[in-house]
Design a protein around this ligand. Structure first.
Ligand code: SAM
Length: 438
């Protein structure tokens, strides 16, 4: 009874896969890294860009011979390729897939695996009930006692409908999870050794706004900040329009909440932003960045940018380039526009920026960002900063600063899960090296 799980896409998918793994392990399955050894294979898919969707089809095609050789193999297709309603087209194209599951829902796979086995089902239900009564969300075996930084989804779906984005079609409308469940999950993770949690949502700063009985994100952060044993709290992804003064002040004042904000701009030109239906102007975004820097000391800010959106002219791209050069963000996640079936931009706006031009714009921003990141990191040279170490890669421990900078240190000691002050001895655009204090 082994399972193999393949995950593509965002942190939300990574946590969804963790939940599937821990549910499968509660049914007695053990994890394997070899699909040919598995009796259950889960493909957790992403379709945010065409390249991700192509990868999922590639993996699906590669499973056909395995299923042919072993008809008892259970294949579960999960995530955004399936969406909230499975299409007949997908079922017809991949008849050897046994179970289709929407994003964040291990239910269909568990129901399938336990359908003929009443005893197994009862056992599973009892375990589930006990787990809840113990307030426990068991981590998958491979991560138990090892995972230092975990994610907790707090807002599922999205209702904003940016014209390029497929997520609302595949993950459904925005739903905030009950605060009590989130707190329970956080406490349970901490009991299993987790020191840092990252709260996830497509627009995480809208937490609670869809349900008047819930606190807002600030209120939730205040409650999480009280959990003993939890060292750090992060949240992503924020939308500029819901980053309130109250939230900024909470980030500045709550000792466990890290000064690191992920707030995508997507474009630095007002017409492109309007075509994307983002709901703000470049100037409003600039003012938000200024405010973040004024209110939260040493804040690090990450952004997302799409180049080559339909109709984006060379001048409009230049506005994005100039804004990025001026704002000097810590991180820029860059993407080339990829039309996604069913979205407003794919239906109504011709994908008219040629692929080579998208690549040229992408490379220009990549080069610019590399210089900016190197410049920002150089300021850390010689400083002593607290780093939470997560794992060891060869002889070096790898961890992060509160500002989410990747830091390595050579040490024979066991630093997993420890916050240790280190002195930065080398900096580059993507990471830093350090040494332990004497
Ligand atoms: N909900 C977040 C936001 O505020 O946009 C992030 C969601 S998405 C998983 C992550 C990033 O993928 C987006 O910020 C955007 O830059 C990129 N993305 C989304 N749709 C895209 C598309 N059709 N083509 C290229 N990039 C896209």
């Amino acid at each position: 009874m082994k399972y193999y799980i393949w995950t593509e896409g965002c942190q939300m998918n990574v946590t969804d896969s963790q939940r599937v793994s821990s549910a499968l392990e509660s049914l007695g399955y053990a994890s394997t890294l070899k699909p040919e050894e598995a009796s259950v294979i889960v493909l957790n898919t992403c379709v945010v860009r065409q390249s991700a969707e192509n990868k999922a089809y590639g993996r699906l095609n590669s499973l056909a011979p395995l299923k042919k050789a072993n008809p008892d193999l259970v294949i579960n297709l999960m995530g955004c390729l399936v969406g909230i309603r499975t299409s007949d087209k997908l079922r017809d194209r991949f008849p050897y897939v046994d179970v289709f599951s929407p994003p964040s829902d291990p239910g269909p796979l568990l129901a399938y695996l336990t359908q003929d086995d009443v005893r197994q089902k009862m056992l599973e239900e009892t375990r589930q009930r006990n787990a809840w009564m113990d307030e426990d969300l068991p981590l998958p075996e491979a991560e138990h006692g090892r995972l230092v930084a975990a994610h907790i989804p707090i807002v599922l779906g999205c209702s904003h409908a940016c014209t390029y984005c497929i997520i609302p079609y595949r993950r459904g409308v925005e739903r905030s999870r009950p605060a009590a469940d989130i707190l329970k999950e956080a406490r349970s993770l901490v009991r299993q050794g987790v020191k840092e949690i990252t709260l996830l949502g497509q627009i995480v700063d809208r937490y609670g706004l869809d349900d008047p009985s819930l606190p807002n994100l600030t209120g939730l952060l205040k409650q999480l900040n009280e959990i003993d044993g939890l060292e750090r709290i992060r949240f992503l992804t924020s939308h500029p329009n819901w980053m309130t003064d109250e939230l900024l002040e909470a980030v500045a004042s709550l000792d466990k909440v890290c000064p690191h904000i992920e707030v995508p701009i997507q474009a630095g030109d007002d017409e492109v932003l309007a075509n994307m239906k983002r709901g703000y102007t470049a100037e409003q975004y600039r003012r938000l960045v200024e405010k973040l820097r004024a209110v939260i000391p040493d804040v690090s800010i990450a952004t997302d940018i799409i180049v080559g959106f339909p109709g984006e002219t060379a001048d409009q791209f230049q506005h994005t380039y100039d804004l990025l050069a001026d704002l000097k963000m810590d991180v820029a996640h860059l993407a080339r526009y990829s039309p996604r079936e069913g979205t407003v931009s794919a239906r109504r706006m011709p994908d008219d920026v040629p692929a080579e031009e998208k690549m040229r714009r992408f490379r220009l921003l990549e080069d610019l960002q590399e210089k900016i990141a190197a410049e920002i990191h150089a300021r850390y040279q010689g400083q002593t900063v607290p780093v939470l170490f997560e794992d060891k890669v060869k002889s070096r421990w790898r961890g992060r600063t509160t500002t989410n900078k990747l830091v390595f240190v050579e040490s024979e000691a066991d630093l997993r899960g420890k916050v240790v002050p280190v002195q930065i001895t080398w900096t580059g655009p993507w990471s830093m090296q350090s040494r332990l204090q004497d």
